[in-house]
Design a protein around this ligand. Structure first.
Ligand SMILES: Cc1ncc(COP(=O)(O)O)c(C=O)c1O
Length: 453
């Protein structure tokens, strides 16, 4: 620990909070009582007034190696001094190829070819575009339909929102993409409440894909995209056998299966990717967040050999895929990524997450019985806790109000950073957490639940 980090930032707080329109934030509520973070190290954030805040969310599901890790900091600094930026359209730089090779080694099966983006949203849209272009390259240009899932989150691009299944994210933005359909989500409180790990009930919901194939015909369907574990809508582990069935149905009808591993990649479920943990190989896998442990923006898509090969036809002077970003494989992100992967390997952090899974499960499931705790779910180093919504003076439920209160109480009164969606708390601590950090985190959550009940 450096002493510096606990020194309040100067100036302690900006004097004007008006200009920044904050993403996915209740802006007016925030300005009334701001939650300002000035520094971070290890498992903790430090507020502008010098308080240590336990990080219960790895930032936003991304800082898997913890905060302020010296090798990552050094790698970014050295890379910035050596090569600030290089285009990757028709040119390359060594770190991009090095990181792609490392990711190909980490990904299961023949998921060997890596396309870089700058975020999970861009990764999702890139995967959807590759799926449609793949079938065109294979001479099956009618296969354009995209299938997502209710309660799915694939970021905020038009593709990801269209395939995603969160109504709040969709309803303000018009008709979205045409030719999209959705599987039902896999959550049932009635059948699954307080399950540990993968619920026993729900594999049959994958068969809904057969119904969509019967409705639309496989000749119109390009791909199915799902999160192997839905994270943003409250940690929904896949029912036992569900992903296997999806894979089998996709195989039967020549449909590409895409796993959105933006949250589940890089150890969250105790393996490099959820595909490895669940033993199901998708045709494409998206990643972001943990690839740099959150230290630089980066995302991407890893595709199987056969997908890549379909594009490597035609004249060699031609661009094979008319897609990419100015900052695809940005040198600073590549340096951060290489350093983060080294840390994951050298500290065996994915296995550590797997070992800590039971510790987290025991701690969160002990919250059952607290007033207003409707369900608790867990898998890997992630857990979801559904809280009963607050009620207004007339006894009507006000969804989301208790959730915001949990964020506020957590930050200001209990020194913990929580990720909350609606009235569900999602826990995803950095993978460097100790057993006592996990006990401490869940104790703070217990106090927040009581305080907001
Ligand atoms: C599964 C999944 N896909 C995509 C995204 C979007 O990533 P980003 O916010 O980096 O665009 C997220 C973000 O939480 C996610 O959880």
């Amino acid at each position: 620990m450096t002493a510096d980090i606990y020194r309040p930032a100067a100036p302690a707080a900006p004097n004007d909070l008006d200009a920044f329109w904050m993403p996915f934030t209740a802006n007016r509520a925030f300005r009334r009582r701001p939650r300002l973070i000035a520094a971070a190290e290890g498992m903790h954030y430090v507020t502008v007034d010098g308080r240590r805040i336990l990080d219960g969310a790895a930032g936003l599901w991304c800082c898997n190696a913890g905060h302020g890790r010296a090798p990552i900091v050094r790698a970014i600094q050295e890379q910035a001094a050596r090569l600030d930026y290089a285009p990757t359209f028709q040119y390359g730089h060594p770190a991009a190829f090095a990181l792609a090779s490392r990711l190909a080694d980490l990904a299961p099966g023949d998921l060997n070819r890596v396309f870089f983006t700058n975020s999970g949203s861009e990764a999702a849209d890139t995967a959807l575009k590759i799926a449609i272009a793949y079938w065109q390259a294979k001479g099956k240009a009618t296969k354009t339909r995209l299938i997502g899932r209710e309660r799915g989150y694939h970021g905020v691009g038009f593709g990801g929102v269209s395939v995603g299944g969160i109504s709040a994210n969709r309803k303000s933005f018009g008709a979205l993409l045409p030719g999209v359909d959705h599987l039902p989500h896999t959550y049932s409180r009635e059948h699954q409440a307080f399950s540990r790990g993968q619920p026993e009930w729900g594999a049959h919901l994958a068969d809904e894909l057969e119904r969509l194939v019967a409705l639309h015909d496989a000749s119109t369907i390009a791909a199915v995209m799902v999160e192997p574990m839905a994270g943003s809508t409250g940690v929904l582990p896949p029912p036992r056998g569900y992903l296997e069935r999806l894979r089998a149905i996709c195989d039967r009808h020549d449909i590409l299966l895409v796993f959105d591993e933006v949250i589940t990649g890089f150890g969250r479920l105790g393996a490099a990717f959820a595909a490895e943990r669940f033993g199901v190989l998708p045709d494409m896998l998206t990643f972001a967040k943990g690839v740099t442990s959150g230290a630089a923006p980066m995302g991407g898509v890893i595709v199987r050999e056969g997908v890549f090969e379909a594009f490597m036809q035609g004249p060699a002077h031609m661009i094979e895929l008319f897609h990419g970003y100015t900052y695809s494989a940005h040198p600073l992100a590549c340096a951060a990524g290489l350093a983060a992967l080294d840390l994951y390997r050298d500290e065996d952090l994915f296995a550590r997450a797997r070992r800590l899974e039971e510790t987290l499960a025991d701690a969160v499931h002990a919250l059952k019985g607290l007033p207003g705790v409707l369900d608790v779910r867990n898998i890997g180093l992630a857990a979801g806790i559904d809280l009963a919504p607050a009620k207004d003076d007339d006894g009507r439920e006000v969804p989301g109000r208790r959730g915001l209160a949990a964020i506020e109480r957590g930050f200001h009164d209990h020194d913990v950073l929580l990720r909350v969606g609606g009235d569900t708390i999602a826990l995803s601590p950095p993978l460097i957490a100790s057993e006592s950090d996990i006990a401490d985190l869940v104790e703070r959550v217990r106090r927040v639940i009581i305080a907001t009940g």
